[in-house]
Ligand binder design. Sequence first.
Ligand SMILES: [Zn+2]
Length: 318
Amino acid sequence: MKRQRKVTLLAVFLILVLALSACGKTTASQSKTTENKTNKQVVTIGYLPITHALSIFEEKKLLENENSNITIKLQKFSSWSDLTDALNAGRIDGASVLMELAMSAVSQGVDLKAVALGHKDGNVIIAGRDIQSVKDLKGKTFAIPHTQSSHNILLNDMLAKGGLTTKDVKVVQMAPSEMPSSLANGSIAGYCVAEPFGAQAVNQKIGHVLYDSEDLWTNSLCCGLVFTGKFIKSNKATVKTMTTKYEEAGKKLDDKEATSIATQYLGQSESVLKLSLKWIKFNDLKITKKDYNALVSKLKKYKINENPPAYDKFVYQP
Ligand SMILES: [Zn+2]
């Protein structure tokens, strides 16, 4: 009995010694992590897994390769509304987001600024095999991801070519990933959305390209790199570096690099990505007043946003 008690006491003592030494180790490694964190500024950027966000993926890689003191923490969202909720509430520092969504938030009093474009062009209008011209869409259902989008503008531009308006079609908002299957089952006749969802339909032979964005709107704008006004105010040097590096990242996205980074982040087949990347440009991400004003006039013309912010109010040049 006595011996058994001694053994038990020894075991308790050993457990305590082990536990204390483990605690010591944890404290040391935790303080090391904190030190690493304080040496680098972490900037949280929201994105959706689309080819339109490749510039931010590439910028993250560039900054890591240069051992920059800025680290981009990418936060993935599955819908534009979830992303804009986080951005508008300041839960993320910035986002790769549809310009129209950010402009609409600014129209409603949210303080956001765009520093660069995410890309130029890069959208297509996909139609089912029975739709051969715009006129065939009359009375049919057409899907867009959000009313505040270049996809809505491109739909309006295309309908105007055929003498139609959005009153002649049933426009529905749908999650991008559901669009190819909805086209396949006939619940929609066509759609326009960020890539690679257009290329998926073409690749699966369930739809074809009726128009690409260049046919409808020269130098069309779509996504931008947007920061909250609050973040910009207290991080001007960081925003300047991030904008310069972002534009540099866009220039590095030739076919090979774009396919490689898209494969890493989007998990789509190479054939889908290669087709999709034929439609998009990343080499010049500056927001010019001319291109921005073309976007503003289209938003007003189609009554998508009747009070969009002026260039000087929305575009920040660090
Ligand atoms: Zn876009």
